[in-house]
Design a protein around this ligand. Structure first.
Ligand code: NAD
Length: 263
């Protein structure tokens, strides 16, 4: 730990997750160094001008902002030597490459979903996919979120897809079929399909379906309160303090059977 740094910082402190993180950090009895946000501050939490200021002041930055912020945050946190708990979703391959580069110099926990239940779904998804042959069982992933969500499919849906792909020993990018519309042609053998619903204030629902001609098997997770993500992110922040540089997943934090880390 560099001198002068203490406690946790929140990137996106005025957002839905940011506000909940303030409460969960307090509930964990951990000190809050402050945060950053385009929309200004929250209550009496210290507001830093930029990510460099925040990274210089705290041990761990918990980041729930927007994908457009990720590359800049990656470079700045690596330079400052500050650990990073990254929950932002909608990252491009280039963004993820920058996260991986930062993880060469600092400890990073990157998870599309910080809920323990979803991480169990990821582990089960990989197991199911390796037991159910792709030629017989079509894998489809359906997700629903609140009307404000800006990216689709959700990071969690993509994480489930990656777990299925890992169980089938293929690359998700080679078999992903997302957002079918119009004359799409027949389903490609071995495809992993995605569909997204948006509406109301749904915190997060994900169903993984394996469909053969003879049977359907589905696994559904429903989050009722986004507090489950905030509590998981704070748990990750407590876990990552003082860890060596590396790219960690929520599986590592929970001590569960490892599944593929985000690329
Ligand atoms: P939100 O829009 O309510 O909050 C995001 C906040 O970040 C806003 O206040 C915005 O002003 C701020 N912001 C955006 N870019 C910024 C930047 N460059 N610098 C400083 N502040 C910036 O959104 P939310 O519901 O809190 O979700 C935030 C992100 O977290 C989304 O990508 C969402 O998908 C993701 N998320 C992940 C999990 C998980 O478990 N991994 C759970 C919930 C949400």
């Amino acid at each position: 730990m560099m001198s002068g740094k203490s406690g946790f910082g929140i990137a996106g402190i005025a957002g839905r997750m940011g506000r909940m993180l303030i409460e969960e950090i307090a509930a964990a009895g951990a000190p809050l160094a402050g945060g950053i946000d385009h929309d200004g501050g929250v209550n009496d939490a210290t507001l830093f001008a930029d990510i460099a200021g925040l990274a210089g002041a705290c041990e761990v930055v918990i980041d729930f902002t927007h994908a457009s912020a990720v590359r800049g945050h990656a470079r700045m946190l690596a330079r400052a030597g500050t650990a990073w708990v990254l929950g932002t979703t909608g990252l491009s391959a280039e963004d993820e490459a920058e996260v991986a580069r930062a993880a060469q110099s600092v400890a990073v926990v990157y998870a599309p979903n910080f809920s323990p239940g979803v991480n169990l779904v990821l582990a089960l998804a990989a197991q199911m996919a390796s037991a159910l042959p792709a030629a017989v069982y079509d894998a489809e992933i359906l997700e629903m979120h609140h009307r404000q969500k800006v990216d689709a499919p959700s990071g969690t849906a993509i994480g489930i897809g990656r777990a299925v792909a890992q169980g089938r020993r293929v690359a998700l990018e080679d078999v992903m079929e997302s957002g079918r519309d119009g004359h799409t042609g027949a389903r490609k053998p071995g495809a992993i399909g995605f569909a997204a619903l948006r509406g109301g204030q749904v915190v997060g629902e994900h169903t993984l379906l394996f469909a053969s001609a003879d049977e359907h098997i589905s696994l559904t997770h429903r989050a009722f309160d986004r507090r489950v993500f905030a509590a998981g992110a704070v748990r990750a922040a407590l876990w990552v303090r003082g860890r060596p540089a590396g790219l960690y997943s929520m599986m590592d934090v929970l001590g569960m059977v490892p599944t593929p880390k985000p690329a």
